[in-house]
Design a protein around this ligand. Structure first.
Ligand SMILES: [Zn+2]
Length: 91
């Protein structure tokens, strides 16, 4: 599975994203093959993690659901140039 750490440009975009101010739905645009879905998944997994607000812990129930692609509060719709994703965080 591709990891954000393998794409330095995505890691920089993730680090520059203020997760506290993101709405529940977001749209990412860019060229095909840029890694938009990887970035969207990283952002959503971090927001949905129940143990950390700055990175995903990879061990909580929410992270396990996310890794199995069964998280009920994450939805992603993608085409070649746009990624729309929705995440419902329990604040
Ligand atoms: Zn977690």
């Amino acid at each position: 599975m591709s990891s954000l750490e393998n794409f330095p440009w995505l890691n920089k975009a993730f680090l520059n994203t203020n997760l506290l101010t993101l709405p529940h739905s977001s749209l990412i645009e860019g060229s095909k093959g840029l890694g938009k879905s990887i970035l969207a998944s990283k952002i959503a997994k971090t927001l949905l993690c129940s143990e950390s607000s700055t990175s995903s812990c990879d061990s909580c129930h929410s992270c396990n659901l996310f890794d199995q692609s069964t998280h009920p509060d994450f939805f992603i719709n993608e085409d070649d140039s746009k990624i729309y994703f929705h995440h419902k965080r329990n604040d």
